[in-house]
Design a protein around this ligand. Sequence first.
Ligand SMILES: NC(=O)C1=CN([C@@H]2O[C@H](COP(=O)(O)OP(=O)(O)OC[C@H]3O[C@@H](n4cnc5c(N)ncnc54)[C@H](O)[C@@H]3O)[C@@H](O)[C@H]2O)C=CC1
Ligand SMILES: CC(=O)C(=O)O
Ligand SMILES: [Mg+2]
Length: 571
Amino acid sequence: MGREYDQDTTVGNSTLRIRTRGRAVLSNPMTNRGTAFTAAEREDLEIDGLMPTGFTTLENQTRRVYEQFRSNKSMLGKFLTLNALRDRNEVLFYHLLSSHLEEMLPVIYTPTIGEAIERFSSTYNRPRGVFLSIDHPEKIEKSLLNYGLGAEDVDLICVTDSEGILGIGDQGIGGIQIAIGKLSVYTAAAGIHPRRSIPVVLDTGTDNLGLLSNDLYLGERHSRVRGQRYDDFIEQFVQTVTRVFPNAMIHWEDVGTANAYRILDRYKDEVCTFNDDIQGTAAVVLAALLAAVEVTGVDLDDHRIVVFGAGSAGMGIAGLVRDEMLRTGRSETEEEAYSRFWPIGIQGLYLEGDHRLHDFQKPWARKRLDIAGWDVQDPERMTLLDVVRNVRPTILIGTSTRGGAFTREVVEEMARHSTRPIIFPLSNPTSRAEATPADLLEWTEGRALVATGSPFEPVDVEGVRHTIAQSNNALIFPGLGLGVAVSRASRVTEGMISAAAKALAGMVNTWRPGAPLLPSMSDLRLVSATVAIAVVRQASEEGVAQVAVEDPIQQVYERMWQPRYPDIEAI
Ligand SMILES: NC(=O)C1=CN([C@@H]2O[C@H](COP(=O)(O)OP(=O)(O)OC[C@H]3O[C@@H](n4cnc5c(N)ncnc54)[C@H](O)[C@@H]3O)[C@@H](O)[C@H]2O)C=CC1
Ligand SMILES: CC(=O)C(=O)O
Ligand SMILES: [Mg+2]
C-alpha cells in the first residue's frame, strides 16, 4: 500500500496503520477522518489543535455533509460538493453515498455525470485517476505505477477512450469522469475497496470541435487517432496492465462503436476483461425482459423485437437474448433466433449488403426478402414507424442516443397490436431517453411495460402506481467485478455474464400490477452481493477461478469493504 499508511485491502475493514503525522494525516482522504478522530488518536497522530475541539461520530458527520449536499440548488453543484468531500474524507463520502444511494446515484452517475463530463475542463479542480496520451505511449507503465498501487493491489481498471460517452458522444479527456463514476458505484454497491481500482482515460484526441476550440480544454489538441496507431496504443495498454497488475479486470466503458466490439473480441479470451456497454447492459436488460415477458404470458421466443439504435449496447442485448432463446426456447437454429430481431440504426433498418454496417452488426441485417411487399415511403431508409407498422413488434428497445424518438405515433401503432407492449427507452442521460415513462403509459392506457436507463419517478395511471425499473448496467457490473475479484477469475466468460443476469432476474417479483421489472437501486448492495456470488460459483464451475471456492457467500461477504472508520494504529 501507499507510503503514508498500510492496510490489508483484501478483507472488509482491516486496521489502518498510519505512518505520517500532523497535517499530512488530514490531507490524505484515506487517513483523514476530520472531527471523528478521538482525543487519543489526535495525540498519537500529532494533529491536536489542527481542528475544532469537538468530537463527531461518523453518523453525525454524515448528517452534516448531507445538509451541505442538500443546500446545493443545482445538480452539478451537488456533484462538485460530493467530489470535494471525496477528496477530503473517503470513508465519509462513501458512508454518505451508501446512506442515500437512491438519491445520490443520479448525482455521481447518470444523469448528472453527463453534465460533469461535458464541463470537465471548466470545473477542473484536482486530478483523480490516470491520464494516458496516445502521443506518449512510452509513459503508460510509468503513469500507471505513479498511481501508487502495488502489483497485487488492483482488482479493477475502468478505462474509456471517451468516444461514446453515455449518449453524449465524444468527450475527450473529460471521459475520466465516467471511469471515476463507475468505480464509485463499484465501491458503493459492491464494496470494492476504494484503493483497489484505477480509473483511466485513454486520450487519443477528440473530434469534438467544441472541445478543440475551447482554450480551457485539458486534453491533447488534435483529432482522434485511428487505425494502426490506435490499435497499437490499446495493445500496449492491455499488455502493460496485465503485466503490472496481473489480477486486474479491465472494464471497458463508453468506447466508440467502431472499436468496442473489436477490442472485446481481440482480448476476451486472452485476458480478464469485459465491456460494460455490451455485456453489462445485455445482462441487465435480459433480466428485465424475462420479467416483462412473464407478465405478458407469451414465451420469449414468440416476441418480435425491434432494437432502435443497434450499436454496442443494442447488439449486445440482442446477442444475449438470442442466446437465451436458443438455450430455452423452441428456436432451434441461429437463423430462427435471428429472425425475431429487427435492428435499426441512423440509416434505418439494417439490410444485408449495407456497407455502413460494422462486422458485429452484419449478422443481424435483414434480408431484402424479409421486407418485400412492405408499404413504405422510402424503401432505402426504413424508419422506426415503417418497421413498427410492418413487423408489429411486441418489444421495443431504445439504445439510440436519440431523445424522444419513441413518438406517440410509433407507440400507439405498437400498442394497437400488442396487449402489453414492452418498451425500454434505455439511452442516457435523461435528455437522451427515447421516451418518458409518463408518456408511454399515457399513450398505452397503462399497458406498457417500461424500463429506462436513467431514473424516473413512478407514474400513476387509473389508480395503479407504476414503479419504473432503472435498467442500467449498474445492477450488474459491481457484482460482476466483485465476483471476479473474489474468485480471481482469469477470464470473464459468457457463462459468468449469463449467471449474473439470472441472479438478477431471480430477484424480481412482478405479481403486483405496476411492480418494477428490476430490483430498486436502493437495494444495490444486496443485488451486487447476489450477483457476485453467482459469478463466483460460475467462475469456479468453468474452471477459471484461481482461488478455491468453498463458501462463496462467506467469501463475498468478507471481501466487501464497508464505509466505516477502521481501527487506527500510529506506526
Ligand atoms: N441503460 C443502460 O445501462 C445503458 C444505456 N446505454 C445508452 O445507450 C445509448 C447508446 O450507447 P452505445 O450503444 O454505447 O452507443 P453506440 O454509439 O455504440 O450505439 C448507438 C447506435 O444508435 C444509432 N443511432 C444514432 N442515432 C440514431 C438515430 N437518430 N436513429 C436511429 N439510430 C441511431 C447508431 O447508428 C448506433 O448504432 C447511449 O445513450 C447510452 O447511454 C448504453 C449502455 C448501457
Ligand atoms: C449506463 C451506461 O453505461 C451508458 O449509458 O453508457
Ligand atoms: Mg456506458
